[in-house]
Design a protein around this ligand. Structure first.
Ligand code: SMG
Ligand code: MG
Length: 369
């Protein structure tokens, strides 16, 4: 099926977070989000770029993503239209910039699915109509403050807690959460690459806390070091930043660098590549779960659909809209019994609310085809 695009809108919005979100690499207080809207003769397709305002999580950042889309990626799309499967191929000569590529491919996919009257979930192969939700809890100033936050999230129904850790904020918080909420709580940690292999013995101390996994303990490029670390820990290693493609996932699995994978479609260049990683991991018996980049409802809708695939056997960072924003740009995603429902309407099954969108827009540009 060919989708003929007349142009693409690149819209930036400012979304203040309900609370600062601190990780080992920085603090987010407001999301500067790039939205991509692909316009065809009879439909439009929406997507959200996962890039943050600064190149800390990865080398991409939002102004850079907008630039590469305007200057290279959008102009590379064929003028006479294309099928979503061709997007990755056409963009392949450009190195990196996976979050930018993902946003463009996802917007094309949304337009294509809306015109085919099919939902993301159905297209991707969703195996269930709702997904269990975890929540990622940032680094805080004190342990009591952290315990209060975790208590609130558990009361809201979150079925799994992920604690952000860094040197100096690891054992104390993990022990305190375990002691307070008990051994049955599904608990995991995410270091965002804050340690080195020489911290192996220190990290092995976390083995006593029955964690589901430790996410990205070492640097993004440290695939071999993660394999070494895995031999020294009982806690399963999950990779996030290190996995940028299905090829990376294959390498990580065969090296023994991880036994769980966090899949973020933006990080890997789109939902089609995300599904390839899911399929590969599933064939190897490696569980996967859906990560998050503090998305608005636009990015969340597609992530929730992806998280409904059968290999997503662990709860994801797919939290409700209220965990991030006082007002989302779409109808909010609201937890029910610890789950979010997979949208069933055509495409993403959700649109920005025009009034809210206009209120939060900081700039908009039109790139004609
Ligand atoms: O979307 O709930 C969310 C955030 C989940 O912790 C989260 N994301 O490394 O997994 C991760 C981080 C990356 C973004 S931090 C600004
Ligand atoms: Mg992570």
């Amino acid at each position: 099926m060919k989708t003929k695009i007349s142009g693409v809108e690149l819209r930036r919005i400012a979304m203040p977070l309900v609370a600062p979100f601190r990780t080992s690499f920085g603090v987010e207080t407001s999301r500067d989000v790039l939205l991509v809207r692909v316009v065809t003769a009879d439909h439009e397709g929406w997507a959200e770029c996962g890039a943050m305002s600064e190149p800390r999580y990865s080398s991409e950042y939002v102004a850079c993503a907008q630039h590469v889309l305007r200057k290279f990626l959008i102009p590379a799309l064929p003028k006479d239209g294309l099928d979503v499967h061709a997007v990755g191929r056409v963009l392949q000569p450009f190195t990196g910039h996976r979050m930018a590529k993902s946003a463009l491919e996802t917007a094309v996919l949304d337009a294509q699915l809306r015109s085919a009257d099919e939902s993301f979930g159905s297209y991707l192969g969703a195996a269930r109509d709702r997904v269990p939700c975890g929540v990622s809890v940032g680094i805080m100033d004190s342990v009591p403050e952290l315990l209060d936050a975790v208590e609130r999230y558990i009361a809201e129904g979150y079925v799994r807690i992920k604690l952000k850790i860094e040197p100096g904020w690891d054992f104390g918080p993990v022990r305190a959460v375990r002691e307070r909420f008990g051994d049955d709580l599904l608990l995991q940690v995410d270091a965002n690459a804050a340690y080195t292999l020489s911290d192996a013995r220190h990290l092995a101390g976390l083995d006593d806390f029955g964690l589901q996994l430790i996410e990205q303990p070492l640097a993004n490029d440290d695939m071999v070091q993660h394999a070494e670390l895995a031999k020294l820990l009982r806690t399963p290693i999950c990779l996030d930043e290190s996995i940028k493609s299905a090829a990376d996932a294959a390498a990580a699995i065969s090296l023994g660098a991880c036994s769980v994978i966090n899949i973020k479609p933006g990080r890997v260049g789109g939902y089609l590549e995300a599904r390839r990683i899911h399929d590969l991991a599933r064939a190897h018996g490696v569980p996967v779960w859906c990560g998050g980049m503090l998305e608005t409802g636009i990015g969340r809708a597609a992530n929730v659909a992806l998280a409904a695939l059968p290999g997503f056997t662990l709860p994801g960072d797919t939290s409700g809209s209220g965990r991030y924003f006082a007002t989302d740009i779409t109808e909010p995603f609201v937890l029910s019994d610890g789950h979010l429902e997979v949208p069933t309407g055509p495409g993403l099954g959700i649109e920005p609310l025009p009034d809210v969108l206009n209120e939060v827009t900081t700039s908009s540009e039109w790139v004609a085809m």
